[in-house]
Design a protein around this ligand. Structure first.
Ligand code: SF4
Length: 510
């Protein structure tokens, strides 16, 4: 452990870490080397926050940037104190008060002496955790001698629709939080004293794992604190909630070891029985009922989407999921060979018109449109056709044909012990069919979005772009081919019991 000569300052992020868990705080300030490198998603969230912050600054045209590249806190404090006399909006002004340090997104001068504090967030509303964050800042700035009049959070207005260039005046909403901050302001000094005491200990405090490992932020030190969990661990029980922590602390790691009366009924009991027997749970009648509702030809559809805080295209809102890719397998009749269609947007133009036009052509006028968690695909199409109303009438006719393949799994009409309590496609497909995403370069949706953005808007070589696009095609195609296989497996499971003759006839018609 390396110790600095001066005790470390408690910054805003350290304060928030300390509120979440004292052990997290201790490691942050004493052993930062135990933290893993941020993964691609964490980095993307961070980069997005930076882009949002940069755009927000345009609302303060006379703003003065304080040592953007300076990281030495005492130097930032000196520069900031010197800048106060300018009476201009200050970006990233940082001050030290006692053991605490905070850098403000924006300090806005009011009259001759006062300041308003503005904290910029990428969220679409003020969140609970923003209040102690702003309270710490206010405590520090007041401790440094500033007179803070009001505090507000500048966040994104979800109702904003991009028309032309991004307009920060319409994109951002500002919510005053002065009262809420005052309510918790009295706790800050005591919290800081306690945190300083923790940080100055030679060893990390002993803290049990608990729900705080995930809220308000996912703790990056889980590898350090959590015991290696067995496959069927207590946290993998469906809808288990905080009960799993109780079991964990009582020494139960494996679900199989729990006393039988601890898990009562319903889906949890189905999961437990499947683990104990090592065999899947199958409700043939209910699965048959589900299959009765689907009509051939089947159109198995999956989208990949992007939903950035700062909308990329006209007619889209912050965080709106805009499709850039689809995969579609079409099966004409039960047992038939599927045909495959796919689309991956080229270039930086809005992908929606071409995707809508292609789907309108491909989806024909009858047969079920099957998606896994179909609510998502429906919403993507609904919102896309709002932006391109020429397709609205088509979608209105097509929408009742949507069928959700998640339903029999969400309802545990089928449950395989290898699903580990989950009903997502990524869990069901390998458990039911043996086909998995393992070893694929792109193996889940978030990576697909980030990679699409990187090779479409980033500075990458043609060869790299081609390579990533091929991986995207492969990934999306497996999602829908997987659905073909799942439907087949369900049909095999119900065998001759269903479909009812008239349904079978309807399915094979044409
Ligand atoms: S994993 Fe949990 S117990 Fe460990 S440092 Fe993080 S929040 Fe604290």
């Amino acid at each position: 452990m390396t110790k600095t000569l001066r005790p470390p300052l408690i910054s805003k992020s350290s304060y928030m870490a300390g509120l979440q868990c004292p052990k997290l705080l201790w490691h942050k300030l004493n052993e930062p080397e135990v933290f893993p490198e941020p993964d691609a998603l964490t980095q993307a969230v961070f980069d997005q926050g930076t882009a949002v912050g940069t755009l927000a600054k345009r609302l303060f045209p006379k703003g003065l940037e304080i040592g953007a590249r300076v990281i030495d806190k005492r130097m930032v404090d000196e520069l900031s104190r010197a800048a106060l006399a300018e009476r201009r909006p200050l970006f990233e002004a940082g001050f030290i008060a006692g053991r605490a340090y905070a850098r403000a997104d924006v300090l806005v001068p009011v009259g001759r002496k006062q300041w308003d504090l503005v904290e910029v967030k990428s969220s679409t509303k003020v969140k609970e955790e923003h209040i102690p964050d702003v309270a710490l800042q206010r405590h520090v700035y007041e401790g440094a001698g500033l007179d803070i009049r009001r505090c507000s959070v500048m966040h994104i207005d979800r109702a904003y629709v991009r028309r032309g260039g991004l307009d920060p005046r319409k994109l951002f909403a500002r919510t005053e939080v002065t009262e809420e901050v005052e309510e918790v302001g009295g706790d800050v000094a005591g919290n800081l004293d306690e945190m300083a005491r923790v940080v100055d200990q030679p060893q990390p405090p002993k803290v049990k794992i608990g729900p705080h490992c995930f809220a308000p932020y996912e703790c990056p030190l889980q590898d350090l604190c959590w015991k290696a969990l067995p496959k069927h661990n207590v946290f993998s029980l469906t809808r288990v909630g905080n009960q799993a922590f109780d079991w964990y602390h009582r020494g139960f790691l494996r679900l199989q070891d729990l006393p039988r009366d601890e898990v009562a009924t319903g889906k949890q009991a189905i999961q437990m029985a499947a683990i104990r027997s090592g065999r899947p749970h199958v409700e043939r009648e209910a699965i048959g009922g589900f299959l009765d509702r689907i009509e051939y030809p089947l159109y198995l559809l999956d989208f990949e989407t992007v939903g950035p805080a700062l909308p990329l295209w006209n007619g889209s809102r912050p965080y709106q999921q805009v499709p850039f890719q689809f995969s579609l397998h079409v099966v004409e009749a039960p047992g038939g060979k599927p045909s495959h269609h796919a689309h991956l947007a080229e270039g930086r133009v809005d992908p929606r018109p071409e995707i809508l036009a292609r789907l309108k052509n491909l989806l024909d006028k009858r047969g079920s449109i099957v998606a896994y968690n179909a609510k998502f695909e429906s919403q993507v199409l609904e919102e896309s056709t709002e932006a391109y109303p020429a397709f609205a009438a088509w979608w209105k006719r097509a929408e009742p044909r949507m069928v959700d393949l998640l339903v029999p799994f969400r309802n545990f009409h089928y449950y395989h012990p290898d699903q580990l309590g989950h009903a997502s496609l990524k869990n069901v497909l390998p458990a039911l069919t043996g086909r998995s995403y393992e070893g694929m370069e792109i193996a889940e949706g978030v990576t697909a979005s980030l990679e699409y953005l990187r090779v479409t808007f980033g500075d990458v070589s043609q060869a790299e772009r081609r390579h990533v696009r091929a991986a995207l095609e492969k990934y999306c195609a497996l999602d829908t081919f997987g659905m073909v296989e799942i439907v087949r497996k369900l049909e095999e499971l119900v065998g001759d019991q269903t479909p009812r003759p008239e349904v079978r006839a309807r399915r094979s018609r044409g």
